[in-house]
Design a protein around this ligand. Structure first.
Ligand SMILES: [Zn+2]
Ligand SMILES: [Zn+2]
Length: 606
């Protein structure tokens, strides 16, 4: 794998950092330049974001990419003019007068006054009062709580760039006007800007949608099959199979059993479990069969729990019971929010439900932490953060303080014992119990929430699950919901970008391509391929009409780990000439030596 390329770091306390002030100030400066170019434009909101800033405008005519250069040039002028940012507090009347011809600002002013929000319509940070303030530089005054640079000269005019134009609904609401959002990126120095742009370029090259096509892994057929339902080619399905087999093998080693529960479920079960009330919007509309209504399965929990129940009476001696399933579920995602493999409508969860006693929560959780570490580690995802979500203030949580305390203590104790760094988020727990999420960073330093472990006190009771305890009485088991990859599709999308399509040997859908120098060597190539296949290798023979060098380049582009060239010498000696996708030439090897080499590389995970 190539060395990691990351964007420049975001400062620790970002909202109070100089970088935040620079970006926020650039949002204002951009709004000034846009208003000069488009008199009569309406301005909405313009906050700093992770890698820059944006501003939303209602423009009198559609804006083009070419316009961005003009706006950028004018912004540089404004910066060099050395304007001071001045803050003032204003009364509601003054504010309404100042923004009399800015309807979006008038709406935000009402929000600040009535709902106590910030200038973007978001809840205020705790302890802050909703007051109306503006910041003014040059001719531009904006409804704003700051902070800003003192003088525009603090901004390096060579360290920002306007990046793109996008449509954005006012307040993210499809029923409201579509505005034009201009994105910019900004950094402290031109060097940081260059680093960011390089990273972005690399991310584009690794885009799994692009690589999925180039490597022939999956396709979408939105018109024929429907949007958000990926179709996997033989190579793509091989990847799925390898991923799932690997996870299954490790799970089995950890004491998991595997079950299968189908694709459709009576709607009544989801009413009983509470999903229908809470998750109806992610479920596909019902299918009607006489008096019965069915749903495509959006999650597996009620199915696994029903299976537990129908298997007969359970004794505490059988617990923990660990049911796992690679289960394809269906989510009614909005078409506009679908994205490659990372946001789809049909996804295959590596789902598991552990039925255990309250006393077993800690040891099960500790085992799950180990399992997650082992599996993510196999993919080189060793840089991750664990987020422990616990109860916060308020009454949204299942009212059983004793169970909560016990579970939260158990989770903490298991995490402490694991030696992993973790952060605690109060108030982020699900209403039915605490949870832990694993957020992994890929080669490009991007964060992905992959694995999750959730404790559930409520569903088992709702669905009437029991076990007979040592006291001879019936008790309700605790359920731990768990996914490691999350879904095969999304995990594969992340992996494609993480590896830039160059999968390690154990995961490569095609491990080696045999390249005969001329047709005279084709029979030998086929003979070698058969031997390698018999040894369990995934091999292809390139029997095309093209020349050898072309075939080598083609295999390299397909990111096949080994290219095996065979000509007169190899046929005579019974060898293959081994080249790696990196271009490195390992020279001739006997078939057995090559098989050993592959086995070593599989073992090493390279
Ligand atoms: Zn502002
Ligand atoms: Zn579940």
């Amino acid at each position: 794998m190539s060395a990691s390329i990351t964007p420049p770091p975001i400062p620790e306390d970002y909202p109070n950092s100089d970088l935040y002030r620079i970006r926020h100030s650039l949002a204002h400066i951009m709004a000034q330049a846009v208003l000069e170019k488009f008199p009569g434009a309406k301005i909405a909101i313009g906050p700093p974001i992770d890698y820059g800033f944006y501003y939303d405008f209602d423009l009198p005519r559609p804006i083009k990419e070419e316009d961005l250069a003009d706006i950028e040039a004018r912004m540089r002028e404004i910066i060099s003019e050395g304007h001071i940012f001045t803050r003032r507090e204003i009364s509601p009347d003054e504010a309404r007068e100042l923004f009399a011809d800015q309807p979006y600002k008038l709406e935000l002013i009402d929000d600040i006054l009535q709902r106590g929000t910030d200038e973007y319509g978001n809840p205020l940070p705790e302890g802050e009062q909703p007051i109306l303030t503006t910041y003014k530089h040059s001719t531009f005054e904006d409804l704003c709580r700051g902070p800003h640079v003192q003088n525009t000269k603090e901004i390096n005019p060579k360290a920002f760039k306007l990046m793109s134009i996008a449509g954005a609904y006012w307040r993210g609401d499809e029923t409201k006007p579509m505005l034009t959002r201009i994105y910019g990126t900004a950094w402290r120095t031109p060097k940081e800007l260059r680093q960011y742009l390089q990273w972005l370029e690399e991310a584009k090259k690794r885009d799994h949608r692009r690589l999925g096509k180039e490597l022939g892994l999956f396709v979408f057929a939105p018109d024929e099959i429907g949007p958000g339902i990926p179709l996997f080619t033989p190579k793509g399905e091989m990847l799925r199979h390898l991923l799932e087999s690997y996870v299954r093998e490790v799970q089995t080693r950890y004491g998991f059993t595997h079950v299968w529960t189908g694709h459709i479920v009576k709607e009544d079960l989801y009413a009983q479990s509470g999903h229908l009330q809470n998750y109806a919007d992610v479920m596909f509309p019902p299918m009607v069969d006489g008096d019965d209504r069915y749903r495509l399965k959006p999650m597996n929990c009620p199915s696994h729990m029903t299976l537990y129940k129908k298997m007969g009476k359970h004794s505490y001696r059988e617990l923990p019971l660990r049911f796992s399933e690679f289960a394809t579920v269906y989510r009614y995602e909005k078409k506009g929010e679908l994205h490659g493999l990372t946001r789809v409508r049909s996804l295959t969860q590596d789902d598991c439900h552990i039925f255990c006693t309250p006393e077993q929560i800690q040891s099960e959780f500790a085992m799950l932490i180990e399992l997650v570490q082992e599996i993510l580690g196999r993919f080189g995802l060793t840089d991750y953060e664990v987020r422990l979500s616990l109860r916060g203030e308020g009454g949204k949580y299942v009212d059983d303080p004793e169970k909560w305390n016990a579970a939260e203590t158990a989770l903490r104790a298991a995490l402490d014992a694991s030696g992993l760094d973790y952060t605690v988020a109060y108030g982020e727990a699900a209403f039915y119990g605490p949870k832990a999420d694993f957020v992994a960073r890929d080669t490009l330093g991007r964060e992905w929430q992959l694995s999750t472990i959730q404790v559930d006190f409520i569903q088992p009771a709702r669905l009437g699950l029991t076990y007979v305890g040592p006291d001879g009485e019936e008790h309700t088991p605790v359920v731990l919901h768990r996914a490691i990859m999350g879904s095969t599709e999304r995990f594969l999308g992340v992996l494609i970008e993480h590896y830039a399509g160059a999968f390690p040997v154990w995961l490569a859908p095609v491990q080696a391509v045999l390249i005969p120098i001329t047709d005279a060597h084709l029979a030998y190539a086929r003979e070698v391929a058969a031997k390698l296949q018999a040894a369990g290798l995934r091999v292809e023979v390139d029997d095309g009409k093209e020349r050898m060098n072309y075939k080598i380049r083609k295999a390299q582009k397909q990111k096949v780990p080994y290219m095996l060239v065979v000509g007169d010498k190899e046929v005579a000696a019974g060898t293959v000439s081994v080249r790696l996708r990196s271009g490195q030439n390992l020279g001739p090897m006997s078939i057995d030596a090559f098989i050993r080499k592959v086995q070593e590389d599989v073992e090493a995970g390279v």
